[in-house]
Design a binder for this molecule. Structure first.
Ligand code: N2P
Length: 614
């Protein structure tokens, strides 16, 4: 008896411990994020005391506010449309019996189980085929497309017990069908409809994947905004916004759950009201903010490539607003422009991508009369093979791909790409998340051109990259310099400008362009064929070519300036910095990446084999 009781107790303790562990695993990351949003210190590693500062900062950040406003507009519109459609469908299925009913019902719920990425891609294709410009409308359509299934399931479940004889009685008493619906049907299924609406709202306000495919510029929602902020470094402000979004979503779902369980409306009202108050509070705090100017420039540019003060200067000078989206690979830029209707006025393709975009007719010929400051650019950056006569692009930055390392951790001076394969740095190596750059390093290490299309050489490079993968901490094209500074990585492949900035912050960071050579890049500004405001786009291009502006861009971002007139305006420390302006003997051993036409798919396939293989 006693032994039996003991065994039961032991089982209970074990089970309790196991469940606690499971919950901890699920919720610990979220708890850390929420706790850090109240941390006075900017560094996640140390606790600097409690503060609400990051919430105040986030609530007064215009980009976040705009994104929140966009999210609310989208979520409200989606909620109204999806809930109405779902309710109508659920009622129809409840009332009528017909052949293949359950098959048809199952069909309606497929979007709840289909992979979101597939939904996203198919919606994008559909909108492109219809010629719809990406923006609010496409986001709402897409959100309705996937939330309507969830709403249907919720309403359907709850009206199962709805007694249709009530409706018949009302009609017998002379009520019209509409009156019957509003006086009898709707009131009795109202909790279910409300539960569905709350669920739709929560799903919509939270969605990233589908939204990222179908949002054009100027329609950045909160999750997209959070993601683009993460790209420029994790900050406590992001923790604050994320915590707020999380709390609001959780409360909405709680309200929906209570309603689904058949609890009183009153009970569900409290969490729903708190959630809406959380989402609305920033607007009260920021009430009276100035209206956005009518004329807007949509800029799509590499992360860490332009400073907010430069954009603000352009906005002030022309009385316009600049919307910025960021990317970290040419392939991301190409995909966005090839899908069409992206709505960007200015983009920043590297050399070989200019070539690709040109060949596909995706760039607009430039009007030279609007670009008087092009004369400031040094001749060696003009009239290159990827854009003869600069008919479609103007140079913005140039630079090198190399290796930076922490000399306290790395043994001896590094001068070869092979350092990125050194087992002594296992788990401390960063590699660019970029097919051409990763293969570039592997090929250069063996003395080959990074533009080779020789299948044997490429297969060997793939094998090298696979070996390397076991040592790699992360593939990162975004904030590799921060990871190096933080000490999480010891050695990293990356681009010169960001490393030059890191060198300012730590005397222990060293940047080298390996002796075997590597990538030289020239990144350019260009105007997509379907730009909305080509005139303003030209004004922006010319603005960046002005000597003072080009100097500011170089000073703030530390990539190499092709603007000859800007050079004398730079502080000597930057002008003579070997990482910012690589000396001629370094440049001599470098190569521009070229568009390889059909061989590109070979690189893509082999890179996928590296990334997905074991
Ligand atoms: C800036 C990336 C540099 C671009 N984040 C390399 N072409």
């Amino acid at each position: 008896m006693a032994a039996g009781a003991r065994r039961t107790r032991r089982a209970a303790v074990l089970l309790g411990g196991f469940s606690a562990g499971a919950y901890l695993f699920l919720y610990a990351p979220i708890a850390v994020l929420a706790a850090l949003s109240f941390n006075r210190s900017r560094l996640s590693a140390s606790w600097g005391g409690f503060t609400l500062e990051w919430y105040a900062k986030a609530a007064t950040n215009p980009a976040i506010l705009q994104a929140l406003r966009n999210s609310l507009v989208v979520a409200l519109a989606t909620t109204v449309v999806a809930t109405a459609l779902a309710t109508a469908a659920a009622l129809a299925f409840h009332r009528h019996r017909f052949r293949r009913q359950s098959a048809l019902e199952g069909f309606l719920t497929i979007p709840t189980v289909a992979p979101e990425i597939v939904l996203a891609a198919s919606m994008l294709l559909l909108f492109a085929a219809l010629g719809l410009r990406l923006g609010f409308l496409t986001i709402v359509l897409a959100h309705v497309g996937f939330t309507v299934s969830y709403a249907f399931v919720v309403v359907k479940a709850r009206i199962a017990g709805f007694d249709a004889s009530l409706e018949e009685a009302a009609m017998d008493l002379g009520a019209s069908p509409w009156r019957t619906f509003f006086m009898v049907t709707l009131p009795s299924i109202f909790p279910a409809v409300l539960a569905a609406a709350l669920l739709v709202f929560a799903l919509s306000i939270d969605d990233y994947v589908v939204t990222s495919f179908v949002a054009g510029v100027g329609a950045t929602t909160l999750p997209l905004q959070i993601y683009s902020m993460v790209k420029t470094g994790l900050s406590p402000e992001i923790n604050a916004v994320s915590t707020m979004l999380l709390a609001a979503t959780a409360l909405l779902l709680l309200a929906a759950f209570l309603l689904e369980q058949g609890r009183a409306l009153r009970l569900a009202a409290a969490p729903a009201a708190i959630a809406l108050a959380l989402l609305g509070a920033p607007f009260v705090l920021a009430a009276g903010g100035a209206a956005a100017p009518a004329r807007q420039l949509n800029l799509f540019i590499w992360s860490n490539y332009i400073a907010p003060e430069t954009l603000a200067r352009f906005e002030r000078r022309l009385g316009v607003k600049v919307n910025v989206d960021l990317y970290d690979s040419n392939e991301a830029l190409l995909a966005k422009l090839q899908a069409g209707n992206a709505g960007y006025d200015v983009v920043c393709p590297s050399d070989y991508s200019v070539q690709v975009l040109l060949a596909q007719g995706l760039l607009r010929p430039l009007d030279r009369s609007r670009l008087p400051h092009l004369a400031n650019v040094a001749p060696e950056f003009l009239d290159r093979a990827y854009d003869p006569g600069n008919a479609h692009s103007v140079p913005y930055f140039w630079g090198t791909t190399g290796i930076a390392y922490d000399r306290r951790k790395v043994h001896g001076a590094v001068d070869s790409w092979s350092a990125l394969w050194d087992p002594r740095y296992a788990g401390r190596i960063l590699v660019l998340d970029d097919a051409r750059e990763a293969f570039g390093a592997a090929l250069a290490m063996r003395g080959h051109s990074l533009n080779t299309t020789d299948e044997r050489l490429l297969a060997a490079a793939r094998d090298d990259l696979r070996r390397q993968k076991k040592l790699v901490r992360a593939y990162n094209s975004t904030n590799f310099e921060d990871v190096l500074l933080s000490g999480d990585a010891w050695i990293a492949q990356g681009w010169n400008g960001q490393f030059a900035k890191a060198m300012d912050q730590s005397p222990d960071i060293v940047y080298v362009v390996p002796k075997e050579g590597g990538t030289l890049f020239i990144d350019n500004l260009a105007i997509p064929r379907d730009a909305r405001d080509p005139e303003l786009a030209h004004a922006f291009l010319d603005f960046t070519l002005e000597a003072e502006v080009a100097a500011e861009i170089c000073r703030t971002m530390r990539y190499s300036s092709p603007n000859r007139a800007a050079w004398p305006l730079l502080p000597p420390g930057i002008r003579s910095h070997p990482a910012v302006f690589p000396p001629p003997d370094v440049v001599k051993r470098l190569e521009l990446i070229r568009d390889l036409g059909d061989a590109t798919v070979l690189y893509d396939r082999l890179w996928t084999e590296v990334k997905n293989g074991s």
